[in-house]
Design a protein. Structure first.
Length: 223
C-alpha cells in the first residue's frame, strides 16, 4: 500500500487540480494495481477545501494545528496505521506527473527527493525567474529538498523519527534525520512536480516566501 499525504490550509483554489493529478498517478500501470490511499490533512480550513476533497472521493482529516510539520505527521500516522509501506508527500498547490508514484517506487530506495518546476512566473517577473533558474539544479544528485516532492519507505520514516512539529523546513529536518541513520536517498530530477509561484503562500518560511524574497539581497544570498 502506498500512502499520499497532502497538508492543506484554505486551498480551494488549487486542491482540485492537485487531487486529479494524484488520482491519475495512482492508476499508473507500473504500480500493477497496488493500493494507493490519499489523505488531505485540512489544517484550520475555513473555505471550501473540504467540499472539493469530498467531491473527489478522497479522505480528509480536519485539524487545527496551523503547523505544516504536525499536519504532515498526522497524515503519515493515519496511513501507517492503515498499513502503508511507502509514503509520498506533496502540497495542495502542486500537480504531480502521471508516473510520480511509479518512479518513486522504481528506485527501490529508502527515500526519494525530487525537484519542483514553477507553473507560472507572472506574479514575480523575469528577475525572480532568472535568479531561480540560475541557481536551481535540474540534475541527478541535486541537493534540493521539497515537501512537495518527497517519498520514503515506512521503515525509513519510522527510523528517522518522522516529521518534527515545525511551521517550516520540516522536510529539511526529516531528510537530515534520514541521512543521520544512513538511509539510501535518491536525489532525482526525473520526476519533477509542478508547483505554484503564487504570492498568497500559506507557509511562512516555505517555497512561496523563498520566491518572494528572491531578487532582494537576503533572498539572493539564501540561494
Amino acid at each position: 500500500m502506498i500512502g499520499v499525504v497532502i497538508p492543506a490550509h484554505n486551498e480551494e483554489k488549487y486542491i482540485a487540480a492537485c487531487l486529479l493529478s494524484i488520482l491519475v498517478a495512482a492508476k499508473h500501470p507500473q504500480l500493477a494495481g497496488c493500493q494507493v490511499s490519499v489523505v488531505v490533512v485540512m489544517d484550520d480550513c475555513s473555505d471550501d477545501t473540504a467540499l472539493l476533497v469530498e467531491a473527489h472521493g478522497v479522505e480528509a482529516i480536519a485539524v487545527s494545528f496551523q503547523n505544516v510539520g504536525k499536519a504532515r505527521a498526522k497524515g503519515a500516522e493515519e496511513l501507517l496505521r492503515a498499513g502503508a509501506q511507502w509514503l509520498a508527500f506533496t502540497d495542495a498547490d502542486t500537480v504531480v506527473p502521471p508516473d510520480w508514484l511509479a518512479r518513486q517506487i522504481e528506485f527501490m530506495a529508502d527515500a526519494v527527493c525530487g525537484t519542483v518546476e514553477v507553473d507560472n512566473w507572472a506574479e514575480h517577473g523575469e528577475q525572480v525567474r532568472s535568479q531561480y533558474l540560475e541557481h536551481y539544479q535540474f540534475i541527478e544528485n541535486h541537493r534540493h529538498i521539497h515537501g512537495a516532492n518527497l517519498g520514503l519507505s515506512a521503515t525509513a520514516y519510522r527510523r528517522a523519527g518522522g516529521f518534527q512539529p515545525l511551521v517550516a523546513h520540516e522536510d529539511v529536518h526529516l531528510v537530515a534525520d534520514l541521512e543521520r541513520i544512513s538511509a539510501r536517498i535518491v536525489w532525482t530530477a526525473t520526476n519533477p512536480v509542478l508547483t505554484s509561484a503564487r504570492k498568497d503562500f500559506k507557509c511562512r518560511g516555505g517555497f512561496g516566501e523563498f520566491l518572494a524574497n528572491l531578487g532582494t539581497v537576503s533572498g539572493s544570498a539564501a540561494l
